[in-house]
Design a protein. Sequence first.
Lengths: 259, 320
Amino acid sequence: MVGSIKFENVRKTFITLEGEKVNALNGVDLEIEKGKFVCLIGPSGCGKSTMLRLLAGLDTPTEGTVYLSDKKITKAGSDRGLVFQAHNLFPWLNIYDNIAFGLKARGLFKQRHDDVSSYMELVGLKGFERSFPHQLSGGMCQRASLARALIGHPQALLLDEPLGALDAFTRMNMQDELLRIKKEQDMTMIMVTHDVDEAVYLADMIVVMTPRPAKIEKIINVGLSQPRDRNNPEFIRLRSQILKILDFAGKEQSPEYNI
Amino acid sequence: MKIIRPLLPLLSLVAAEIVAIAIPDSPLHQKAAHPYFAVLLLIVTAVYYIAAILNDRISKNKKEVKEHPIFYRAPFIAGTILFGNLLNIFTAKTALFPVLYFPSLDRVFGTLIEDRALIFKCIGFSLGILAKGVLGGLFVGFFTGLAVGFSKTAEYWINPIIRILGPIPSTAWIPILLVVFTEARSASAFIIGISVWFPTVVLTSSGIANVKNSYFEVSSTLGAGTLYKIFHIGVPAAMPSIFLGLFNGICGSFVALMTAEMIGAKYGIGWYVNWQKEMMAYANVYAGLIVIAVMFYLIITLLFKVRDRVLGWQKGVIKW
């Protein structure tokens, strides 16, 4: 089942150790249709990770409500998969047991144990069943943690800068993998990222956020069809538009020489 | 050095045997029935060479990558024999050390042979108390640690108790225990149990408190319930710390054994050492201490083996 997501006037306030109140999210309204790939982008402190944590049910909003398929989210559950920037694989379990963790925790392992191998294959880790996380590269670990989140058939997959710790080539590789997986398993994907290129390359909808006060600045629907060409003029236009909103476009420079 | 290395134990042995046999004992020392020390050295050296060669053969057959070359331990064995030799010179041969407190090595090792029936009985008795105390202390300590690590209420109520009870020296318990327990053995086991309990609680709870919160968060999004999280995330993640507590606890238990066997014990290796000390029979005291050291060594070695098995995931940072 694919889930739709709705943020309704969501506000989140944290209290720091010094007793100060910090608004991590300022009255956010957002609707995400089911099956979309959405990227949340913005500088640190803009509340994008907070939105993901509220969605995952790891935090509760101070005000307002978050819905998954019209049901209010109150706590974490297996209907929303979560992948962090750090792979967070359990170091005491091998890759197979890591991926099987969710099934075992929910008592589904007996009837669905064949799934573990097929998900290992889906993320390209066949043959590494008995390896431990420390024996694999960062990219492979991130694939494993993706498989671990996917195996529970979540309605929505939440990705908190999942590719942030990877090198540039592995990263581009994994972006294509994500698109392939999304195609094979229909689900809503929501990804937090710092990388404008990544957002334009992947997303159907880009939510650009700004800090102080943390809020949604603009929602951009990407009209490009998949697969995308990073040199397409529309791609480049979208990228500069987002950079401009985020105030990172840089100063306009006069060309050094004329042709 | 390379050619001499395998011969080092042999050279050291020959030197020690010459001293032991050729030089007469000082008349101040009581004579032992047999030259136990000289025989023991022979046995140790022979066992070492046989073990080293066998080990090398086995790993060659298995085509294993060896951690150390054959005769890696040779200098150590040679050094140990040399140390024994020097002790022998300073005690039995020259009586340079006070004779009463430093009996000849022949008599120390002789005690182990001549008194073996009683010593074995004592070992059995002590192992019984140790097993009871260590297992009990570990069991209670582990679950108290879990409670303190996971529950704020348990932490609120139990933490002060741990801080008060933990540092109380085991001898201080004796008066209370004599009233509470009708049987001396239970009181002894309790003293050992408490010495294991304290480090186990502290290190279990701090191990749990240090588990990365994201592990718990990930497991919640994978659908794990509270109990499942405690036993499948908290416990394995805290296992290295729990083992540390167990090691400390076992060390403490051997220290506590002496105290534990002061109350109404009829046998036991701690009792044996205490009793012989009062009789000023220092050869027997040393023999008892050697037995305790060997017991401790064996138990810790066993524990290391268990740890390597359970915490295999910690080792080896081979990347590809």
